[in-house]
Design a protein around this ligand. Structure first.
Ligand code: R5P
Length: 301
């Protein structure tokens, strides 16, 4: 049985880190955009060559709309040419936030995209998917091999190495799971804020009852998008006397001026995992992903 990792060139660095970590040969999918925005893709095959039996496609689904079409085209063609097993490694999984319809007819994108991926791939591996009201990833991607990993232990290790005696703070109730796990492993002091979201860029945050004055605070969360959640929390922490406020996130979406917003709110350093390629990347999830692929019988594990 042969295996190969496929990637797109804009994600070459993290894809090659994964290929090295799991001992898989890797090759790029060729991509051309026509003037009318359609895509021409080409699998890396010589004339008459069949694809590997198992293909692992690396595609992180930030800025996802066009990437979902890429997945459709690559998976469809790979199957057509005889690939037996298709695995998607999507370190960031898009469209997971909309998990119920708040108004009649509102598209529950988590279900639709989950079904779409389940139809294309035999297994999906992702990191810290944004699951609000469901407990497990296979409720969103309905097949047995939907693996959800967490980047928080890697970020906790980074924080322990870079900040002396940090006070770990989660910006909202959902972050409690990562904060508590990190605190348990490293013995960090910690607290979790409460948050009410009024709109995309409008959040209200209340700090927990904590002695913040003089502490080196690190805000830890799964994702920063507009940055308003972290910026609001950072401002409150600064006002409460924190000596410094750093930020660590699994997914560095950082839409528009998010990083500038964090700087203006007094954030000192921003660290992220390489789930989404970004200048703030400070830890690689490749070993984590390689171990998960190994559980699925792919690569050295
Ligand atoms: C929310 O539940 C998430 O954990 C993040 O706190 C949120 O998505 C961040 O969004 P933004 O950066 O736009 O405030």
């Amino acid at each position: 049985m042969t295996s190969q990792l496929l990637y797109f060139t804009d994600e070459q660095a993290p894809a090659l880190r994964l290929a090295a970590a799991c001992g898989l040969p890797a090759a790029a999918v060729e991509r051309h955009r026509f003037p009318d925005d359609e895509l021409r893709l080409r699998l890396p095959l010589a004339a008459g060559e069949a694809p590997a039996d198992t293909l692992v496609l690396y595609r992180s689904l930030d800025r996802p709309n066009e990437k979902l079409v890429e997945l459709l085209l690559v998976a469809g063609e790979a199957r057509r040419l005889g690939a037996r097993r298709l695995l998607l490694v999507a370190p960031y999984l898009a469209y997971m936030r909309q998990d119920i319809a708040f108004q009649p007819g509102e598209v529950v994108s988590q279900k639709v995209v989950g079904q779409f991926l389940a139809g294309l791939f035999d297994a999906v591996i992702t990191v810290d998917p944004h699951l609000h009201r469901i407990a497990t990833l296979d409720e969103a991607i309905p097949h047995g091999d939907a693996l959800s990993l967490s980047g928080a232990p890697l970020l906790a290790g980074l924080i322990a190495a870079r900040v002396e005696n940090p006070l770990l703070v989660g910006p909202d109730a959902e972050s409690r799971q990562w904060i508590e796990a990190a605190a348990a492993t490293h013995g960090f002091d910690y607290g979790v804020c409460s948050k009410v979201r009024h709109g995309d860029r409008d959040v209200e945050i209340a700090l927990p009852a904590l002695a913040v004055r003089g502490r080196a605070v690190v805000l830890l969360d799964d994702v920063a998008s507009t940055g308003h959640t972290l910026a609001r929390a950072a401002r409150l922490l600064g006002a409460a006397g924190a000596a410094s406020v750093d930020v660590a996130v699994t997914h560095a979406l950082f839409a528009d001026d998010a990083l500038q917003l964090l700087g203006e709110a007094g954030v000192r350093e921003v660290w992220s995992s390489d789930c989404i390629a970004h200048p703030s990347n400070a830890v690689s999830v490749a070993p984590l992903l390689a171990e998960a692929l190994g559980r699925l019988g792919v690569g050295a594990g």
